[in-house]
Design a protein around this ligand. Structure first.
Ligand SMILES: Cc1cc2nc3c(=O)[nH]c(=O)nc-3n(C[C@H](O)[C@H](O)[C@H](O)COP(=O)(O)O)c2cc1C
Length: 385
């Protein structure tokens, strides 16, 4: 098994009514810095414009803010909803961020999820995936070629357009996918990454090999190469020392989160069955939508993910929620980095074998060491006499 990378996708969710957005956004920065310190590999920020809970209108601005205050974690747009924008500006800002972060930037692209966001722009939201299929090739030409591009899509116009800055690096580009083949088709066609948000329920695990098959088929057809390391899977995990403690901690915000999905955006796939905390929690745990438990529960689930995908997933991303209070959320990431990450990054194997080797041989070797020390002291005493 190759080394699994870890990170987070941060919409971010601030679902508790009445909480200060300023405090919330600054806490998101604190989480990003915390993940950087703990050795997480990447963090992605969302773009949303309505609904009152997912507060970032501009993932690029947030990514730049975070990049300036972290040292090694990669920062990405997770995602820019391409149909909301002129692709020329998306390409320009991505390349600018690539320079500003000296290659720590990642560009995540999707069709857009909140119907009200697209509607505010006067878009036919039933066409968002088709718009993405139309706009994405234009974006890729702007990013990767010097072609002069002229096009009129009826939604925007480009006239001999090109980006004036060359990229600083060959930065990561990824598209989103939940259950349709829209994302996998683009990932294979352009040889880029996939951000997979079906979660880790049994039907989501079953979709993993199907999506990878689509990616590989498209890659073959378009003559590109796709690498499993660019495949990321996103899901919710909140861990604590005991399962009871983890459950107690998510009492803080789990119900607000599901109020948002059940009553505000009405997203079926992310909506729990039931209205009480207990019913929603049971649904989340039993359906496999989330892990609320111990590091061992998280390890078991990630092993299932590895098996379902044939060991192909390159990174696991926390779907960052506000289910627990700020301090408990930070502790959860620390515990995850301490106890879960090493299982998938092969960082404790030598320590274990060294410990076992020493415990097997230490008595005999230490005896020799002590005998030598005794002889040395005796010799010294004799010389003094
Ligand atoms: C990791 C991830 C992050 C996403 N972030 C956003 C986002 O910030 N804003 C948004 O409108 N949609 C976001 N989406 C949703 C996508 O825009 C879109 O709804 C999804 O990719 C549709 O997938 P499907 O075609 O498989 O149903 C995200 C999806 C994933 C997988």
């Amino acid at each position: 098994m190759s080394r699994l990378r870890f990170g987070a996708f941060m919409a971010p969710f601030h679902a508790r009514p009445g909480d200060s957005p300023t405090v919330g956004l600054h806490h998101d920065l604190k989480i990003a810095k915390h993940l950087d310190t703990l050795g997480y590999d990447e963090i992605w920020f969302g773009e949303h414009h309505s609904g009152g809970v997912e507060l970032l209108g501009s993932p690029e601005i947030f990514a730049a803010w975070v990049a300036g205050q972290t040292s090694r974690i990669k920062v990405g747009t997770g995602v820019i909803s391409l149909p909301y924008h002129n692709p020329l500006w998306v390409a320009e800002r991505a390349i600018l961020l690539d320079h500003l972060t000296r290659g720590r930037f990642m560009l995540g692209i999707g069709p857009g999820a909140l119907a009200t966001d697209g509607d505010m722009l006067g878009l036919d939201v039933s066409q968002l995936r088709n718009y993405l299929q139309e706009d994405f090739p234009i974006l890729m030409r702007l990013l990767r070629t010097d072609d002069l591009i002229s096009i009129d899509t009826g939604r925007y116009r480009l006239v001999d357009a090109r980006v004036q800055l060359d990229p600083y690096s060959d930065f990561d580009i990824a598209v989103t996918s939940v259950f349709t083949p829209s994302g996998p088709m683009l990932a294979g066609r352009f040889g880029i990454g996939l951000l997979q948000l079906s979660g880790l329920t049994p039907d989501s695990l079953a979709v993993l090999p199907q999506h990878w098959e689509t990616v590989e088929k498209q890659a073959k057809e378009f003559g590109t190469t796709v690498e499993p390391k660019d495949w990321r899977v996103v899901s919710i995990m909140h861990v604590a020392e005991t399962k009871d403690q983890a459950i107690e901690e998510v009492r803080y915000g789990l119900s607000h989160y599901f109020d948002y999905f059940q009553d505000v955006v009405g997203h079926e796939r992310f909506s729990a069955a039931g209205r009480t905390f207990e019913k929603r929690l049971d649904w989340a745990i039993e359906s496999g939508y989330a892990i609320v438990g111990t590091p061992d529960d998280a390890i078991d689930k990630l092993q299932e993910m590895n098996e379902a995908s044939g060991g192909r997933v390159g990174a696991f991303l926390h779907w960052a929620t506000d289910w627990a209070a700020p301090e408990a959320t930070l502790r959860n990431y620390t515990l995850f980095a301490q106890r879960v990450m090493p299982e998938f990054q092969q960082t404790t194997g030598r320590l274990d074998s060294s410990r076992q080797w020493v415990s097997r041989n230490s008595a005999e070797i230490t005896q020799k060491l002590n005998a030598g020390a005794k002889r040395f002291a005796e010799k010294h005493d004799k010389e003094k006499a």
